[in-house]
Unconditional design. Structure first.
Length: 386
């Protein structure tokens, strides 16, 4: 049976070049990068290669890249490192109601500890109101954390405008951006967007799992969230995961080759799937922004009225098609907080699928997906009507 993987927002298949690069650091260049001998120096070169590739992609300095175990750790490091370092300046922090759990749950925990948290609401397309943001920023606001691309519905926030507002209203306020779903899918240039901290993950860009990175503006001070040997500029102690870091670096190197063409390819797949589904299946709605430039090229959130998304997911799975009902990091939770906050009714929330594309997908796979979706939606609705 053919297998069609369309859950690329959850994770992506590592490229062959990535696996090959990693194996060299497992089998041959396996030294500790802190060691002074040749094996250590070889391992250190692997770190430098990856740091250079990521910095080049973001148009930042190599010393501004900190390696972590993934997006969740990067988000925690950015948020907790910032608030711990700035408690004397204030205790007001701002985020949105549709953040990834690795941001939202950290804010909720800080709220329990006495921090004052303001949650920005979003409209039916998942976008924040810039005027509301402006009105919430105060002298004692020490951190604002807003994702660039929503992991469930693909909404792109106007990060450049947000960064400008923050710096004009309170120049000392730190701006953190969760860029996990944006990195490698849209242009992300922290310096031109007034971003102080930017989160990335390896396994979302055809790299390995268990590796991520955090861009930290060079003159910004944050506290480490755990202590030890002082690796990664003292911010992330512990022996570096060299094979994982090299794998992420190789994935970024490949990403940087014909990047614009890759984005165009993803966009075309998404638009083809969207148009065919809307044309061939009744009573469906697309979640997120209407305009192409306001939505990520790789995420399509679609709701089928009066159909259980989980049933539809497993029906497609029988045909070798893999999609999701929402965020894989929190898909076991009941109901999507993102879909609730954009005002979707329960009958549509329950029937939502997230289809997410990668450069390894094909147009033929999209045709087969729509065929099977159409067949199963018709069958399930027929059963419901009985």
């Amino acid at each position: 049976m053919r297998e069609i993987y369309l859950d690329n927002s959850a994770t992506t298949k590592p490229l062959n070049e990535v696996v090959k690069a990693m194996m060299e650091y497992y089998e041959v260049k396996y030294g500790n990068p802190s060691s002074m001998h040749r094996m250590g120096v070889e391992a250190e070169r692997g770190l430098k290669f990856a740091r250079k590739e990521i910095a080049k992609f973001l148009k930042v300095e190599e010393k501004e890249i900190i390696f972590t175990s993934g997006g969740t750790e990067s988000n925690n490091m950015a948020i907790l490192g910032t608030v711990n370092h700035n408690t004397k300046k204030g205790n007001h922090i701002i985020t949105t109601t549709i953040e990834h759990p690795s941001v939202l749950n950290v804010f909720k925990n800080l709220e329990k500890k006495g921090f004052e948290v303001s949650y920005l609401s979003v409209n039916h397309q998942g976008k924040i109101n810039l005027e509301e943001l402006q009105s919430l920023i105060r002298k004692d606001t020490i951190l604002i954390s807003i994702m660039m691309v929503n992991n469930e519905i693909g909404t792109i926030q106007p990060i450049k405008e947000i960064g400008k507002i923050i710096k004009e209203k309170n120049n000392e306020c730190i701006f953190h951006v969760d860029g996990v779903q944006a990195f490698g899918k849209i242009c992300c240039y922290p310096k031109s967007m007034n971003i102080d901290l930017f989160t990335m993950s390896g396994h979302k860009i055809h790299g390995p799992k268990g590796i991520g990175a955090l861009y930290k503006r060079k003159d910004l001070q944050i506290d480490p969230i755990f202590l030890g040997g002082g690796q990664e500029s003292t911010l992330r102690s512990g022996t570096e995961n060299v094979p994982g870091i090299v794998g992420m670096g190789k994935a970024v190197e490949k990403l940087n080759q014909n990047f614009e063409e890759k984005i165009k390819f993803l966009r075309n797949l998404r638009e083809k799937a969207k148009e065919k589904i809307l044309r061939e299946i009744e009573n469906v709605s697309i979640n997120g922004p209407t305009y192409l430039e306001e939505t990520a090229p790789h995420i399509l959130s679609i709701s089928f009225e009066n159909i259980k998304g989980e049933v539809l997911l497993h029906s497609l799975e029988q045909e070798g098609i893999y999609v999701s009902t929402g965020s894989a990091c929190s898909s076991k939770e009941k109901g999507s907080h993102v879909l609730k906050n954009i005002g979707l009714s329960d009958k549509f929330i329950d029937g939502t699928l997230r289809i997410s594309f990668s450069i390894l997908n094909t147009e033929e796979e999209i045709d087969f997906l729509v065929e099977e979706l159409k067949r199963y939606v018709k069958l399930l609705r027929k059963i419901i009507r009985r």
